[in-house]
Design a binder for this molecule. Sequence first.
Ligand code: PGA
Length: 249
Amino acid sequence: MIPVKVFDTPQDAAKSLAAEVAELIRSRAAEGKPVVLGLATGATPLPFYAELVRMHREEGLSFANVTSFNLDEYSGLPREHPESYWYFMHHNLFDHIDIKPENVNLPSGLVAPEDLDAHCAAYEQKIKDCGGIDLQILGIGRTGHIGFNEPGSDDSTITRKIQLDELTRSDAAPAFGGIENVPKTAITMGVATIMAARRVVLMAWGAKKAPIVKKAVEGPVTSEVAASYLQKHPNACFLLDKEAASELQ
Ligand code: PGA
């Protein structure tokens, strides 16, 4: 059973997670050691990033010892595209904290087809070379995806190109001004990449996420719901608001 914590609001959950992350960063810094964070995009982690920025500004939390690896990136979007995950991460977090630019890692949306396999393999290798991910932050899509691990992604998958599910594309359509503008593919860490993280925290808010949260937590472990593999992770946790938790037994 995945430990589930239910909060009154996303802000309460985000504060709790930010406190955990800050404690990890500070305790490692006190030992002169680095921290490797796996980061996520989407609406879900926004209150968490806002709290980290506040802690940096008001409490002097330093990210100088942090290395980050993002889960995924849309194919075909340059870094400066407002819907690219590079843009999202810089706009919402990296531009407001003291993380070293050379310690920030995202898959590239613009890698040439002939370079794709090498790019994905290098991303996996760099995570290993940094000592592996200490704490992986996740959202969950209505398809059950973590990263962009759409239905059919099993627990042997690593960083690769993936076809986006039509539900995922339609959920992204408003931000892109129409589904015709939503990329059809992305590069994503795999389920195995995520499962290798030493700790995994998934956040979900709102009633729209309640059915897939129920499947992930209480349903069978299946490649049809990538998040269900977290049931087998030794140190995973779901942080939910009341609405996202509303269908759980
Ligand atoms: P959201 O996306 O945070 O925008 O709901 C979550 C996801 O697709 O992983």
